[in-house]
Design a protein around this ligand. Structure first.
Ligand SMILES: [Zn+2]
Length: 207
């Protein structure tokens, strides 16, 4: 019997009849229902941001299990139900993941943002690098402002036509603003996609 990748219950646990018939998910319905879908966009530097989910306690636990407890198998759960629409919406875009520090990737043994998009066939291009290692959650607003200047583009992007910046969570938007600044000489189209957003981003326009 297949089991939920997060809670290890049977995939039939809590399922309705319809879910039993059509469900091919990797999370059980109980876990899937804890993830709150988002359809609103918000703006960072005039660029609309797509976010799949609202960042809530369940999403936070799932992300901790994946990236801090290094449960790499969970990489497929985040966009499992979004794959078709993602392909249609972002066809032809080159995915540029937000940078993690090299030490974190080494400790973890995998790039957690790239892992979430491993299923998709878009070209991936890791051209952004953090120039200092600050943990955003504990940083002050002044430090976050500084962080905008702490991302640099390390590779040529002239051959790319369209970039999709991707990240796991958008909290304040400062990391994404830093990435946009690092890519300011890029002349093609840029869109932004994050797996989850802090609910406050949906209440105001991020400047
Ligand atoms: Zn579950």
């Amino acid at each position: 019997m297949d089991r939920c990748l997060y809670c290890n219950q049977s995939l039939e646990h809590g399922a309705t009849l319809i879910e039993l018939l059509i469900n091919h998910d990797v999370l059980c319905p109980m876990c899937r229902h804890e993830l709150i879908r988002n359809k609103k966009k918000f703006i960072i530097n005039n660029i609309p941001v797509d976010a799949c989910y609202i960042y809530n306690d369940f999403f936070s636990s799932l992300l901790v299990q994946y990236k801090d407890c290094m449960d790499e198998a969970l990489k497929s759960v985040f966009l499992f139900n979004h794959r078709m629409i993602f392909h249609v919406k972002y066809w032809g875009y080159t995915l540029v993941p937000m940078p993690s520090s090299k030490d974190k990737i080494k400790d973890r043994g995998f790039n957690h943002v790239l892992g979430m998009f491993e299923w998709c066939k878009n070209e991936k291009y890791c051209c952004l690098e953090k120039t200092s290692n600050q943990k955003q959650v504990t940083s002050t607003s002044i430090q976050r402002q500084k962080m905008i200047g702490n991302i640099r583009c390390t590779k040529d992007v002239k051959h790319i036509k369209k970039i999709l910046l991707v990240d796991d969570v958008c909290t304040t938007g400062s990391t994404l603003k830093g990435a946009l600044e690092a890519l300011s000489s890029f002349e093609g189209k840029i869109k932004i996609f994050v797996i989850a957003t802090h609910p406050l981003n949906l209440k105001k326009v991020v400047r």
